[in-house]
Design a binder for this molecule. Sequence first.
Ligand SMILES: [Zn+2]
Length: 168
Amino acid sequence: MRCPYCGSTNTQVKDSRPSEDHTTIRRRRVCADCGGRFTTFERVQLRELTVIKRHGRRMPFDRDKLMRSVQIALRKRPVDPERIERMVSGIVRRLENMGENDIKSETIGRLVMEALKALDDVAYVRFASVYKNFREAKDFEALLGELAGTEGDDEETAPGKAPASAED
Ligand SMILES: [Zn+2]
């Protein structure tokens, strides 16, 4: 494994350890040339996936990218990192099990929305508002309406201000 600091390939594994659920192996490595330390993860990959973007552009599926967008949606939400990790692994497994190597970016977005909806309402709204690229505030209100009744007592951490609603 090439050192990310100096580019040397003269690196050594110091320590290997499986994650709690044994789906990942974490390896701590050290570079013999510059002393830099870094960590790599080993996971099962059932299938080589390619993402087809909206305008037909193709790029290799990147789990880390998916994880980052999920983490942005979940920023400051009280969700256990292990659950987030499991959610992302679940999404990747579902994509791999679809039986196609080419996956539309919309499909990934839909699976992320489904998963976030089950995990955290606020994160779901954040992700959906970016993903669906709402043009009108109305769409956003409709979505909040869809969630009404399932909301807990975490209003103070909701993103932005709730749209003005009719008073009783
Ligand atoms: Zn190095």
